[in-house]
Design a binder for this molecule. Structure first.
Ligand SMILES: [Zn+2]
Length: 311
């Protein structure tokens, strides 16, 4: 089976103020990287608009209405110090949700071995009723809920290797006893959550904070000794990934010093775990990554591994 890539040029219309790291050029860098002939084997589909009802599995109606009402007719509007919306932001965010949900549908239907949704804005900082950290809707948690509530899976796992803690995903899945949320992230760093003692309402949250400047060794140990054994024990029927590429040494927002090869390594390890527990079913979604070169290389390495293991 092949790897499904979901994307949509609506991501070019979520425009952030000049100098903002989460910018249109990120989507362009990824699109260019994945246009290489090495990626000809991808099944490419446009990310569909997300269904409002899917968003409502994770966010209350008044929050969604507040985001919709915040969209300006022109220019930008700030939701907090670093989260902004422009006229195209709602469609872009809803297609990020829709892409993730379509990825879940395709992988669970056996139409693709695994999938990657390359959309922005990212989602893993969006809490139940709070937009933050460049994020509007918790796309990966929404996709996890679709797998559980719409497809009837009994157990899923979300693995988040973005350099920042996925506080939003943790918040949205905190009381969801069918979902394991496992995260590696630099600590201390924005948003400040993600300590090891945060374990969820059902012992379903696993945080593996990493020290600044530690590079490959500490992160590989965390995955091999803590995160992946816990995921195996969880026995998920689907593994979702929050794939951020801001742990790279070149990223301006953090200092974990991962290499491009580390992103390939962690992807391969996650896919091996998925092979062992859920027939290799993996749905991955783009989160952060703010050095354009590192983002392009990391994404390419990630998708290359997904393609290799999908066969
Ligand atoms: Zn990040």
């Amino acid at each position: 089976m092949s790897t499904l890539l979901l994307s949509h040029p609506a991501s070019l219309e979520h425009v952030t103020p000049p100098g903002h790291p989460e910018r249109v050029a990120r989507y362009q860098a990824i699109t260019q990287a994945l246009s290489d002939p090495a990626f000809d084997g991808l099944i490419r589909k446009e990310a569909p608009m997300g269904d409002r009802a899917e968003v409502l599995r994770c966010h209350p109606e008044d929050y969604v209405a507040r985001i919709e009402a915040a969209i300006p007719a022109e220019g930008y509007r700030s939701l907090d110090a670093d989260t902004h919306v422009s006229p195209g932001s709602l469609e872009s965010a809803m297609r990020a949700v829709g892409g993730n949900c379509a990825a879940v549908d395709a992988v669970l239907a056996g139409k693709a071995g695994n999938a990657f949704t390359a959309m922005r804005p990212p989602g893993h900082h969006a809490e139940t009723a709070t937009a933050m950290g460049f994020c509007l809707f918790g796309s990966v948690a929404i996709a996890a809920k679709r797998a559980l509530d719409h497809h009837g899976l009994g157990r899923v796992a979300v693995i988040d290797f973005d350099v920042h803690h996925g506080n939003g995903t943790q918040d949205l899945l905190w009381s969801e006893g069918r979902a394991l949320f496992a995260s590696s992230h630099q600590m201390p760093l924005y948003p400040g959550s993600g300590a090891a003692h945060e374990t969820g309402a059902h012992d379903n949250v696993l945080n593996a904070p990493l020290d600044p400047m530690t590079g490959s060794a500490q992160m590989r140990a965390a995955y091999d000794q803590v995160i992946l054994p816990a995921v195996r024990d969880w026995q998920p029927e689907l593994i979702l990934i929050s794939a951020g590429f801001d742990a790279h040494a070149d990223d301006p927002l953090a200092n974990l010093n991962w290499t491009t090869e580390d992103f390939a390594w962690v992807t391969r390890r996650i896919c091996e775990t998925a092979d062992a527990v859920c027939d290799g079913r993996v749905v991955s979604t783009l989160e952060g990554g703010y050095d354009l070169g590192a983002l392009a290389e990391g994404t390419a390495a990630h998708v290359q591994v997904l393609m290799e293991v999908a066969g």
